[in-house]
Design a binder for this molecule. Structure first.
Ligand code: UDP
Length: 322
């Protein structure tokens, strides 16, 4: 197969690129480096099955040659990124998805959209099943991401129903691991980098809100299986083991053996109080479930950040305010 992956220089996009290449497929990566980084693709410099296009998928483009799949992963995905880039986030979820669907239609390729647990908003159903329609504030600060992804799901289903495009929708829950940016603002990267630097660990609110953290290798395996053997309806891919943010801070403190103190900061507006995927559909349809438990995954991620922060160029990058 030959597939196009938008957002290929991002955290998930680059791991997904590796997964397709590992199975002998060819990948055209596309990214405009707004939140992705060239370093995530540096190891593919001499890979003949990988080609790269620097482009913003929110603008029309043509991709030469045939394609079997189009996987649209381009988007700011961390809350601080999409709060800083609200218009780009809305555009890449709407115009970007439209352009990526157009490419899939023209090439008769399978289309795959990276959606999110944020479509459930601050959920009133717990854990979240795919049949839950969500509780999203469309005009709140997070609405730019949530509504962009909800629109992306809607237009994907429209292309499926109206044009007969073979489509997939994954709802990705909190994912972590190597290649996260040190200062991307997410809880796992923040806590680990703060712990390694001996800085205060910033818990927003009282830390009683919950998230369910999936190691990137598991997440990408679920996505890969969904691409190959799923159906058109949305599928949750995430790790159903739920932690409070405070428990996560305690795990990071223990595994890094840091002297850092906990520092409490205000809870961001519309921050979901709970989040946990029901993965019955993925278990049944894809025979998939996560394998890496949080301590193992966090340990691997600590090792990654230790190495990254140890190199002077990366230390400078991590220190730069975003
Ligand atoms: N959070 C925190 N401290 C941080 C960063 C995040 O307590 O330094 C909290 C945040 O308020 C949320 C949870 O951790 O409740 C997960 O935040 P993240 O930005 O990783 O992703 P989200 O699930 O909110 O999209």
């Amino acid at each position: 197969m030959k597939v196009l992956i938008t957002g290929a220089a991002g955290f998930l996009g680059s791991h997904l690129t590796d997964r397709f290449l590992a199975d002998g497929h060819s990948v055209v990566g596309l990214d405009n480096f707004i939140t992705g980084h060239r370093d995530n693709l540096a190891h593919l410099a001499n890979e003949p099955r990988f080609t790269f296009m620097e482009h913003n998928i929110s603008e029309y483009t043509e991709v030469p040659g045939g394609l079997d799949g189009v996987l649209h992963f381009a988007s700011p995905a961390s809350p601080i990124d999409y709060l800083e880039l609200p218009i780009q986030t809305l555009k890449v979820g709407s115009l970007g998805t439209h352009n990526a669907l157009g490419i899939a239609l023209a090439k008769k390729a399978r289309f795959f959209i990276a959606s999110t647990s944020e479509v459930y908003g601050d959920p009133l159903v717990h854990p979240q099943t795919e049949s839950y329609w969500g509780n999203v504030n469309p005009i709140g600060p997070r609405g730019v991401y949530d509504e962009a992804k909800r629109f992306a799901e809607a237009i994907t289903m429209a292309y499926h129903r109206y044009h007969g495009v073979d489509t997939r929708i994954v709802r990705i829950f909190n994912t972590y691991g190597p290649r996260m940016r040190p200062r991307d603002g997410r809880v796992v990267s923040n806590f680990i980098v703060q712990a390694l630097n001996g800085e205060p660990i910033t818990i927003y609110g009282d830390g009683s809100q919950t998230r369910s953290f999936c190691y990137v290798e598991d997440e990408v395996e679920g996505i890969y299986r969904l691409f190959n053997s799923g159906d058109a309806f949305p599928t949750n891919i995430g790790n159903p083991v739920e932690y409070t943010v405070k428990q996560l801070a305690e795990i990071v403190v223990e595994l890094t053996q840091t002297q850092s103190q906990i520092s409490y900061k205000p809870l961001p507006e519309d921050d979901p109080k709970v989040r946990q995927p029901d993965i019955t559909r993925a278990r049944t349809m894809l025979k998939w479930e996560p394998k890496v438990d949080v301590r193992e995954g966090i340990s691997r991620t600590i090792n990654y950040f230790r190495t990254l922060l140890g190199t002077p160029r990366m230390a400078a990058r991590s220190a730069a305010p975003r």
